[in-house]
Design a protein around this ligand. Sequence first.
Ligand code: GAP
Length: 516
Amino acid sequence: MTDKTDKKASPPLMEKIVALCKRRGFIFQSSEIYGGINGFWDYGPLGAELKKNIRDGWWNDMVRGRDDVVGIETSIIMHPKVWEASGHVGGFTDPMVDCKTSKQRFRADEIWFSPVIVDSKIVGYVSMLETERTAEDLQEKAETLKRKKAIQGKLEPVQPRDFTQATPEEIPLVPSPATGEPGSLTPARNFNMMFETYVGALREESEKTYLRPETAQGMFADFKAVLDTGRVKIPFGIAQIGKSFRNEITPRNFIFRSREFEQMEMEFFISDDDDWAKWHRYWIDWCHNWLLSVGLPASHLSEYNHAKEKLAFYSKATTDIMFRYPFGVQELWGIAARGCYDLSLHAKFSGTSMEYFDEEKKRKYVPHVIEPAVGVDRITLAILVSAYAEETTTDEKGQSETRVVMRFAPRVAPIKVAVFPLLRNKPPLVEKAKEVFKLLQPHFTTEWDDRGNIGKRYRYQDEQGTPWCVTIDFDTLGEKGPDLQDTVTLRDRDTMKQERIKIADLVPLITGKLRG
Ligand code: GAP
């Protein structure tokens, strides 16, 4: 998909989320102490929990909760022939342009340019990186150029084209988006996005292989092996979660497009005479509903159907579930009906039959596949964006204050419960609170907090999206009589209401709330 990103308007929400992620330990830049490395990110203590909850949720719903999908884990480095068969060696490329002056590299289809025409004569060229208002911005640049050069006459409307369409004569005349000066852009060259590496001690061409750019090929390469285990019958799926690597020319928008990322993919194999369109729709709906279950609002989700003429020849249909990120509506989850293309090519390149024998119909065929493929990091970002809220509240003294609250769906919240002793310097309170903490810890990700006052602890937990806080106070110790003894307050993140609960009821109550 092409990014429709407005690079000029730096969205404040993204800045707030990036700052919160760093401050609270969700996401850090990789190797930050060495100045960072572009396109690589680290997940801190809360980010690792959040991501794990997303992965576990998907695995539970996609694999363990179904009897027609099995899960596998394949190696990141595979036989190089896999990538020849899949078409990645030949075709996994982006057209790329270098600016020789600034040493910056751009995707050719993201540089837009136009001749500046005054009274039917070309007087120069303008260029820029694509935005949501490329044509308008180029027109403004053309007007500025005309003014600067003090040229009289009628300026014609710009005719924007992307750099892949520049003629050899135009290339030296188009200004670099980095410097604003012409003469430094190279012609577009195809750049393979796979990271190369060598297996063994010798750095020879014959030992060259790649870090996988998608997890999907692991499922195709192991199709026969899974089939031979006898556990599966068509229709069935093979699912996997794992890291993928792409040497993206322009990694950007925080964790949205990075060079190392994680995918959750599933290949659903169906009979060659089955109704593929029905299964395609089934998996689009499944993915849509799953995204709602992790807290994404329906209002931010939409579907984009790839135009038939733009699909690869083997592809029957591809639908992307799009999410409204602060930087534009972008692809989140792709659901492709890929026919029998992948299995057939692996059969051809490996010499291993990929046919399935239908016992009932007594016939052999190469199964067709529906592939829902999603990035864990893109879901993580969509969840962070959807959860972020700022609210003005009034405290007990009537003073208004703003709280930042991450309204994570409880199933993905990094910390489920926080436990506080009302005062940290009263040993009986602390002792009782420790007891409650130990009771909850085996069941939920639980955090202990005894810093500052209760109000501050609530704000802290709100900012990291903890759905419930448990406070142990003097009533818990029975100071107001036996009725309240061994009860605690349970505070809800969203309503900010507190209820008095028996300690013995905490685990079943929170478990019930988590199940929704
Ligand atoms: N096997 C098909 C496949 O890999 P894709 O559309 O290239 O299809 C699937 O990738 C999903 O992986 C995307 O929808 C997106 O969520 C995620 N993804 C792809 N490239 C990514 C990147 N550079 N950074 C983060 N996520 C990415």
